[in-house]
Design a protein around this ligand. Structure first.
Ligand code: 5GP
Ligand code: ZN
Length: 115
């Protein structure tokens, strides 16, 4: 299910360009347009889901696939040995700006403390 008004649905569909680093039947990953670390990749489900808060139990397999893909992409990006962070902003208090579920993979520098 895709939302024609959603920028990440449109990147996943190839309608607007993205620097795609990984894709499969369920998941697409591309570089953040405004990176905050030397490696900053966004990992999204092809299906339009607004956030973690909108996930439901029928999507458990997809949720797992998203996390597994993130780990594999981090490995592919050469981050596994030094380490990296996976973040998903959910709602206003976290500053979520794009309401299509995405995991940020951040790496390539020493990351500060959380929050
Ligand atoms: P959020 O603030 O919702 O957690 O993260 C949204 C992220 O999407 C931001 O880091 C922002 O830079 C990125 N972003 C927004 N629009 C685009 C776009 O059109 N292309 C790409 N590659 N990243 C985008
Ligand atoms: Zn979407």
């Amino acid at each position: 299910v895709t939302d024609p008004n959603c920028i990440f649905c449109r990147i996943a569909a190839g309608e607007i360009p993205g620097d795609i680093v990984y894709q499969d039947n369920q998941v697409v990953a591309f570089r953040d347009i405004q990176p905050v670390a030397p490696t900053h990749v966004l990992v999204i489900p092809r299906e339009h889901i607004a956030s973690v808060s909108a996930l439901n139990p029928s999507q458990a397999q997809l949720a797992g696939a998203l996390l597994l893909a993130a780990g594999a992409i981090a490995e592919q990006e050469g981050l596994s040995e030094a380490g990296y962070r996976i973040v998903t902003n959910t709602g206003p208090a976290a500053g979520q700006t794009v309401f299509h579920l995405h995991l940020h993979i951040l790496g390539g520098r020493q990351l500060g403390t959380m929050g």
